[in-house]
Design a binder for this molecule. Structure first.
Ligand SMILES: [Zn+2]
Length: 288
């Protein structure tokens, strides 16, 4: 059975292959409308579920209950090794901002994301360069394989290299949407952190005196990159997690790439417990 019907236009269809839990209909429309506004390439809804759910040929374990949505990128299509697709994905994540309480995650299959036969991450991935350890639409991005980390973007091994799959939160039939309370880390400030080069020329990030305890219940992820713009494919970027000791040393190899004497650090700060992926992003500009 061919369930692809991209020839149909319009955001929402009832029945056919596009049945969605009614409580999510307006939310999905809002997301797509926001993501497509003024965009060079539009997102289009493909498979959701059969009318009232049930088995859906071509989809193994999802698309059964009206909360899974396949999204195609029109124009030149969805190719994760291109800047235009990364831009489109970013528009989608930003367009979801007002609805992020309803979203479990977006699923993609990043080409070459894991090195063959290992669990080692291939950090050269353009997707990682663009998205890893960022906070977009108040949701953290960590590109995990596992479910339930709160990351709004998740990588799985197969079947999602030519589209993305949006999953809404599971809800019981007839229940209201699971509009989770935002638990944003409050009162976080870039001023709470100290950025300094050590004698080796490496960048060190620390909490300012007395500030560490303020962040005891939070996790601080960092990105360190040599340009402000996220959409340059040649961006030099490194990222990691601030550990309990709260110190980051950026690799020397990265610091030598810089031509302009300015670097950018982005801190994505989330709650350690019960955050469900909510975060805030802070930017520091460092001149050498
Ligand atoms: Zn799907």
């Amino acid at each position: 059975m061919n369930t692809t019907d991209i020839g149909k236009s319009g955001v929402l269809r009832t029945g056919g292959d596009k049945w969605i839990r009614p409580i999510y209909a307006n939310i999905l429309e809002g997301i797509i409308t926001a993501a497509n506004k003024g965009a060079p390439e539009n997102w289009l809804i493909n498979d959701i579920s059969k009318l009232n759910g049930g088995k859906f040929e071509g989809h193994k374990t999802t698309h059964h209950i009206g909360i899974d949505v396949d999204l195609l990128l029109m124009g030149r299509g969805f190719k994760l090794n291109t800047k235009r697709t990364l831009n489109a994905l970013e528009r989608l994540l930003k367009g979801s901002k007002d609805y992020n309480g309803y979203i479990t995650d977006y699923i993609i299959t990043v080409p070459g994301y894991y090195k063959p036969n290992t669990k080692e991450r291939a950090y050269s991935s353009l997707v990682e360069k663009r998205f890893q350890n960022r906070c977009i639409g108040d949701r953290i991005i960590r590109l995990p394989k596992e479910r339930g980390t709160g990351s709004v973007l998740r990588h799985i091994e197969e079947n999602h290299s030519d589209h993305t799959h949006l999953r809404f939160n599971w809800v019981a039939p007839n229940a209201p949407p699971n509009n989770r309370v935002k638990q944003l880390p409050q009162d976080v400030s870039i001023e709470d952190f100290d950025f300094r080069y050590n004698s080796e020329g490496e960048l060190v990030v620390k909490f300012r005196n007395g500030m560490m305890s303020k962040y005891a219940d939070k996790r601080v992820l960092w990105r360190y990159q040599d340009q402000e713009s996220f959409d340059d494919l040649n961006l030099n970027v490194s990222f990691g997690e601030v550990l309990e000791e709260s110190e980051v040393v950026a690799p020397e190899s990265l610091s030598k790439h810089n031509q302009l004497g300015i670097r950018y650090i982005y801190l994505a700060i989330e709650n350690k417990n019960g955050s469900q992926g909510w975060c805030v992003e802070k930017k520091a500009v460092i001149e050498i």
